[in-house]
Each structure stands twice: as structure tokens, then as C-alpha cells.
Design a protein around this ligand. Structure first.
Ligand code: TK8
Length: 333
């Protein structure tokens, strides 16, 4: 995958020396190619958002040629982030969770049962706290254009219905590459393994793992229902998506180009969120046709939360006690 991506970079680098937007090249020559990588497929709200981003940018300038690569074709989240740092890939839409390997503060979003509804998510991300978090990316050679949405995560598995903490015992659950998620599932009694999203379907199919957790839209669009039997409304954490650009690339753009990309990122992000929320509701209904659906009772949810509390305490210092407090205050507002 890396070799293929580097090859693509070499092929598209003809346009990288052109910086100004003044030329009206219509041939495509001199245009700068921006490749957007994502792990999810072409049915996803991320893909719809990326198409919207492309449309907005291309309606405002001829400077860019935007190419969208879905389904981890270029790289998985973590690999793509590393490529952005090197400047060998221009853009990626990753979950925040793998970003924690580069910027510990992003771990706030992985603290379970903190953001529990969409209104709170929007308030936290669209306000000064969200801006501050985007500002932390520059130190890792990344530019955060906007917050997009992955959403509230729910558990599926192939073994039995999960309605209580006890039902999790020994279940082999794939997590994102993020130690907070790993610890959370351990503390709930499960047997978690980190894995890139691109390997997930096959691993479920082959029974290497029993279960996984993702938002309903993603579960449906990735066809996990073909290789899973049960779904539980755990709603244990909200994952934002980020629209990221390589800082190496960003620094070569004109201020006008930067404004266009930033504004288009935010605008396309609003669209992405709207599509995501519609898709999530519809996807749950469709999933219920093939999977056995379980709710977690309010009493049982309290037990999940209590068992998760030590994970929150444990990571407070690693994430930064100050930023965790700010995050919690923002949620409580
Ligand atoms: C897509 C991932 C994915 C995430 C995961 O690249 O890994 O489970 O939810 O959607 O970011």
C-alpha cells in the first residue's frame, strides 16, 4: 500500500510547484492534486462529505484537482497520518482515536460515556474547545480544517446477545489503535485487540475476533451484518472525524487558497454531519432486519459506567488533567 501511494505521489508531483491561484490553466496542468484518504467506503457519509468538499473547492478555484480514495486504498488512518506528516499524502479523514498516538490530548474524546448526545458533540466541537484542539495539530505537522462526524459507537458480535457486563466476558473485540479503548474493554471483562479498520471485515469473517464497535451507519455500510449476529445499543463513546491536511502542503499554499480549503472543509463538514445522522437512524432499522438488537437497561448502563471510571482516572494525566477538566466543563455547560 505504501509503495502504491508513493508512486501516486510521484505521478502527481508535477503540480506541486505551482503555488499561485492567478493562472487560469484549464488543462489541469499546474493544478495541485489533493488526494483525500479515508478508511470507510464510498457509501459512507465521509465519502459524501468529501464529494461535497471537492464540489465547493472546485466551484471557487481552478487551483486544485481533488481525488478521493475510500476503503483504505491509500493507507489506514494511522499510516495516512504519518504520510501527511512527511508530505507524501495531502489529506485524510481519520477518527480522532488514532491521532492520540501523535497528540495525547485527543484522548479526551475516547473517554467513555462523556459525550452522550449530538447536541453536546456539536457544542464541544464547534466552540472554543474544538478550535483549541485543532490548534494542537500543527505541532505534529498536521492542519485540522474541520470537525466531521463518525459518531456514537455500538457493539456487534457473533457469539450471543450482549445486555449485561457479564455478557462481555472473554469476547474478542477489535478496537481502534488506541490504548484508552483497549483499557476500557479490558475493564469491562472483554478480550480486546487493536486493529486497523481495513482488516476488520476479514477478521470478523474468519472468526479471528468475535466483535467490533462502530456507529450504526458504518456497521451497515461496511456490511458487518454479514459476519455478525448481535448488536447492542451501548453508545459508549462518540468519535469525531477530522478533516486533516499535511502542514507541509498547507505551508506552500497562498492565504487565499488556505481560506478556500478551510471554509469548504467546514461547510462540507456540516453536510457530512447531516448525512451521518440520517444514515445512522436508517442503518439501525436496516440492521435490525438481520441482527438481533439489544438495548442496555439504564441500571446496567450504570454498571458499565462505573467499571469504565478507573480508565478515565488512569488516563487523566496522560491526556493532561487540564484539558480533561476543560473538556468536562464544556460538556457540563
Ligand atoms: C476509518 C476509521 C473507522 C473507525 C474505526 O478509517 O477504525 O473503527 O471508526 O471508521 O476511522
Amino acid at each position: 500500500v505504501l509503495v502504491a501511494a508513493l508512486f501516486l505521489t510521484a505521478c502527481s508531483s508535477g503540480g506541486t510547484s505551482t503555488k499561485t491561484g492567478s493562472g487560469n490553466e484549464s488543462s489541469g496542468k499546474g493544478k495541485r492534486t489533493l488526494r483525500i484518504s479515508m478508511g470507510v467506503n464510498e457509501e459512507s457519509p465521509s465519502y459524501a462529505g468529501a464529494v461535497k468538499f471537492k464540489e465547493i473547492v472546485e466551484s471557487k478555484t481552478d487551483d486544485f484537482n481533488i481525488e478521493i480514495y475510500h476503503s483504505s486504498q491509500l493507507a489506514d488512518d494511522r499510516g495516512a497520518i504519518e504520510m501527511l506528516q512527511l508530505g507524501t499524502l495531502e489529506m485524510v479523514i481519520p477518527s480522532t482515536s488514532p491521532v492520540v498516538n501523535f497528540i495525547p490530548e485527543f484522548g479526551v474524546f475516547d473517554l467513555p460515556f462523556t459525550i452522550t448526545n449530538e447536541e453536546t458533540a456539536d457544542k464541544v466541537l464547534d466552540g472554543p474547545f474544538g478550535d483549541k484542539m485543532l490548534g494542537l495539530l500543527a505541532a505534529q505537522d498536521l492542519v485540522g480544517l474541520a470537525w466531521w462526524e463518525n459518531g456514537f459507537r455500538n457493539l456487534t458480535n457473533s457469539k450471543h446477545p450482549v445486555e449485561t457486563v457479564e455478557d462481555l466476558k472473554g469476547l474478542k473485540i477489535r478496537t481502534m489503535e488506541n490504548e484508552i479503548h483497549l483499557d476500557l474493554w479490558k475493564s469491562l471483562g472483554a478480550n480486546p485487540t487493536p486493529m486497523a479498520f481495513g482488516e476488520l471485515f476479514v477478521s470478523l469473517q474468519q472468526g479471528v475476533i468475535d466483535g467490533q464497535e462502530n456507529p450504526y451507519a458504518s456497521i451497515y455500510q461496511s456490511k458487518f451484518y454479514e459476519v455478525q449476529k448481535y448488536v447492542s445499543d451501548t453508545n459508549h463513546v462518540y468519535t469525531p472525524f477530522l478533516l486533516l491536511l499535511s502542514k507541509k502542503v498547507w505551508d506552500e499554499l497562498t492565504p487565499e487558497q488556505q481560506v478556500i480549503l478551510k471554509e469548504a472543509g467546514v461547510e462540507a463538514g456540516k453536510y457530512n454531519r447531516q448525512v451521518n445522522r440520517e444514515d445512522n437512524a436508517e442503518s439501525l432499522e436496516k440492521l435490525k432486519e438481520t441482527l438481533t438488537f439489544s438495548e442496555i437497561s439504564p441500571e446496567e448502563l450504570e454498571r458499565f459506567k462505573q467499571l469504565a471510571q478507573p480508565t478515565i482516572e488512569k488516563y487523566k494525566d496522560k491526556i493532561g488533567a487540564g484539558i480533561v477538566d476543560e473538556y468536562m466543563k464544556e460538556i457540563a455547560k
